[in-house]
Design a protein around this ligand. Sequence first.
Ligand SMILES: NC(=O)c1ccc[n+]([C@@H]2O[C@H](COP(=O)([O-])OP(=O)(O)OC[C@H]3O[C@@H](n4cnc5c(N)ncnc54)[C@H](OP(=O)(O)O)[C@@H]3O)[C@@H](O)[C@H]2O)c1
Length: 289
Amino acid sequence: MVTGANGFLAQHLCVFLAGKGFNVLAVSKGARRIPADVLINYTSIELTDVSSVQEYIQKSAPQVIIHVAAMSKPDECEFDQAACILNNVTATETLLNAAKSKSIHFIYLSTDFIFGENGPHAENDLPNPLNFYGASKLMAETRVKELADYYTIVRPVFIYGKHWEGMRPSFIQWVAQNLRSGKSIKVVSDQLRTPTYVEDICWGILAIIQLKKEGIYHLAGKDICSPYSMALTVANVLKLDASLIEEVNSDCFPEPVKRSKKSGLKIDKAIQELNYNPLSFEEGVRNSF
Ligand SMILES: NC(=O)c1ccc[n+]([C@@H]2O[C@H](COP(=O)([O-])OP(=O)(O)OC[C@H]3O[C@@H](n4cnc5c(N)ncnc54)[C@H](OP(=O)(O)O)[C@@H]3O)[C@@H](O)[C@H]2O)c1
């Protein structure tokens, strides 16, 4: 069972797992946006509705729940904190309670935003979220640890990859779209991340399911990049005009939400235990277009 199935990561995950022969139970709030030719069982469910969630899990009896659904935009979470708690924490609790004592492997998609500055961080570093989104994801992690029969927490960073109709574009598509139409863009160079190619997360999750791995795994990219350097890579790979990319620092965008300057995640544990082998950022971009 994959929640948030219409979202960027979960659409990729559904396509990937269906392609590996899994019987994928895809659930999301809205009408199906996963391409019609992908063989999955789609159901529209509001995860904050306790009785629908209980009924669905009782009836469909999943062996694994991959809980990807979230209110995932930090700005929206900051402005509507009650909705953020409802969608990110209460909905996670509802799923966990419905799954309780059914021996379901619960895989929760968290984020590097549970940490503060001084990344890249390892799995057991001390969390210190800088904004409400990060705090809500950390609260959900705690509930997963308390309530799941057995669990894995997966933390990716700045996800990018292929885009198709019905899916929101990731950062690299935004860069490509602007440069292709000759528009200049301002991109920050004073924030560091370890951007994650979406298919690498899919392979990591497959290994977690097959090896029945529990605990926390960072599934991120292997390169440390700033959004500015990522934008330059997109321009170089697609042979677009890099002079349209203006390097700025974060003071240029007075953001309502505090974000870490130096984030990113260490992936040594996943490499050792899951045989995780992520692409470089450049390879990921090449595969995304
Ligand atoms: N994107 C990143 O760079 C990034 C980085 C680190 C971690 N993450 C984490 O990875 C996960 C996936 O991120 P994403 O960017 O792929 O997310 P996304 O595109 O925003 O998709 C999230 C999906 O969750 C569904 N959803 C939200 N609330 C729901 C509810 N109450 N009931 C049912 N469905 C609900 C929505 O479905 P509908 O469209 O059907 O309404 C939405 O499509 C999230 O947990 C996020 O916190 C993301």
